[in-house]
Ligand binder design. Sequence first.
Ligand SMILES: Cc1cc2nc3c(=O)[nH]c(=O)nc-3n(C[C@H](O)[C@H](O)[C@H](O)COP(=O)(O)OP(=O)(O)OC[C@H]3O[C@@H](n4cnc5c(N)ncnc54)[C@H](O)[C@@H]3O)c2cc1C
Length: 688
Amino acid sequence: MDGCSIVWFRRDLRVEDNPALAAGVRAGAVICVFIWAPEEEGHYYPGRVSRWWLKHSLAQLDSSLRSLGTCLITKKSTDSVSSLLEILKSTGASQLFFNHLYDPLSLVRDHRAKEVLTAHGITVRSFNADLLYEPWEVVDERGQPFNTFTSFWERCLSMPFDPEAPLLPPKRIISGDVSKCPSDTLVFEDDSERGSNALLARAWSPGWSNADKALTTFVNGPLIEYSKNRRKADSATTSFLSPHLHFGEVSVRKVFHLVRIKQVSWANEGNTAGDESCNVFLKSIGLREYSRYMSFNHPYSHERPLLGHLKFFPWVVDEGYFKAWRQGRTGYPLVDAGMRELWATGWLHDRIRVVVSSFFVKVLQLPWRWGMKYFWDTLLDADLESDALGWQYITGTLPDGREVDRIDNPQFEGYKFDPNGEYVRRWLPELARLPTEWIHHPWNAPESVLQAAGVELGSNYPLPIVGIDAAKVRLEEALTSMWEQEAAYRAAIENGTEEGLGDSAEYAPIEFPQDLRMDIDREPVRNNNQIDINRRHEDQMVPSITSTLFRVDDYETSSDVQQHSVGDGRAEVPRNVNANQVQVREPPNQGVTPGSPAPRRNNVTPQRQVNITFGLQNIEIEQSTAESSSTTGGSRSSGVVPVWSPSSSTFADQYINDDATMGPGSSFLQRHPQSHELVNWRRLSQTG
Ligand SMILES: Cc1cc2nc3c(=O)[nH]c(=O)nc-3n(C[C@H](O)[C@H](O)[C@H](O)COP(=O)(O)OP(=O)(O)OC[C@H]3O[C@@H](n4cnc5c(N)ncnc54)[C@H](O)[C@@H]3O)c2cc1C
């Protein structure tokens, strides 16, 4: 043994403020490794644009490591832990360092890695590089995790110790001997994807030093007006840091410290707008923290509602609706524009994410996990924890989520977020000539106006696939059914005729539609150079980038942009999909389109057996362990792998929250106090 260390890179693709790398360098010679094992992610095989990002991020990391004296060894694997073992054996390394991740799959895998490698005599140390505070550090006075964002964030801001200051990159790295550990060539894209991917580079620059530049540009530019401008859906007013943050190209602690430094200086100058912008931006960062916090404390939150009664909600299982939503063919211009932008660019502003997801779960009443999975497949910043938090929040399955009976009207939202219709015109060229008065509700436009604009409803642009009034009625009925079933279920438990656990342990998530499951059906890749191109979603084959994303420095005018989108975007959106759903003209607000099959409600009969779709079955997950809970506050190097420590109470009565960002209205709470009983996750571990 030469005592060298392996530094295992995952979603911490940077050399600056990387505690695992810093520890490796301190310990002596280092071998840096990245293992590509996407099959381990189950359903959550990374989408095309996310793989594109990763490819470039790894290239930049490798180049930075080379300039410091070593390189990045890349390995293709179907089992990261076995690969680590092989690497450790072939290099004679005796230590492994890595940074924590908090998504459920990583928690399980990292725990296993630690157990297996320790049993082989390897010293394993892990660190916090992804969060301001470790999830187990942020607890209430009883030592319990918080269950609302507001209480969580208040606690973060009043912690007795500040987040650690970021570390500088190492001056140089002594490389371990990699001669017996050659890299595998990793292939992240196939020929059919290369052309579309090339266009992404016009708008985005992956890699840690580019992330650093993006952060500096934002902090010295749009940050000062973030509070006022962040909701403007069609301009570069936010940081665009999310994909950088997802891959750990920039340290969240660096973001925090830079913003705080600005805040102090603006506060000293009496710049209250700047000061407030920093608060609001840090709150956004807080939401990202919270997403990891939720995932750590409730590791099933990407597949099960956190509020137990939601398991009785009769979701509409209709692949036709789902397809129309994906294609941007719902008949609601703002929703359709958003979905076409997502399809074409891999990006959506937060406001538009809210609009399209809210429409998905409340108007179409499709299962939220389908939407979450589609976002996962298509977003550049696809991030399981943030994605799950976003969808659960919009659906109303969180204690402080939106009211479950709230339904937003895309017509009104259109005039709120896109008052002049420019965003719709950019992404829906078929409506480009429609006057602003009708742009968000073309179905009400007089025939003469439609004709003059070249719009033929039901032909070149669909009529609404579901009327809002009909959706309201249907939602009301669905909620009534949900509460009835919930009451019956509770009564059965109380009468002893049902032994139910009273939580989502008995909830089998609705299966993904076939085309969303394709990625999981991949056979383990035998040939590293082969990506299975036959199994991709047909309607996601050739996205291209248009211009909304050009950054401040190379931003195009809206007329340039319009030309782009007409040329690039429209041709690529399949025109023939779902034709039977959109051809028949129906009066608005009349329910589902005639001719489409009646939507099917899911079978909500609770199932006794938990059908857990990722590899938890065979792994005993520890309850809160000394390791995870004994970590001292402020210690960056925890030396432990975060261990899933399910909370022990049902947290029934503390969810009244009126925070504007996350929090249901009080009337809803009063009507349905039981709506705030959180799933008892401890049970899940027992049945899982
Ligand atoms: C249904 C839905 C799904 C979402 N899916 C994702 C996802 O897969 N990946 C993702 O990174 N974000 C997701 N978000 C959150 C948010 O939309 C994006 O983080 C944000 O739009 C990214 O743009 P930005 O970097 O310019 O954000 P800024 O406004 O500049 O915010 C700075 C950073 O704060 C974090 N942040 C901001 N808002 C949120 C939020 N609501 N939840 C979690 N983190 C937040 C992000 O890391 C972001 O980069 C989702 C939101 C919704 C409503």
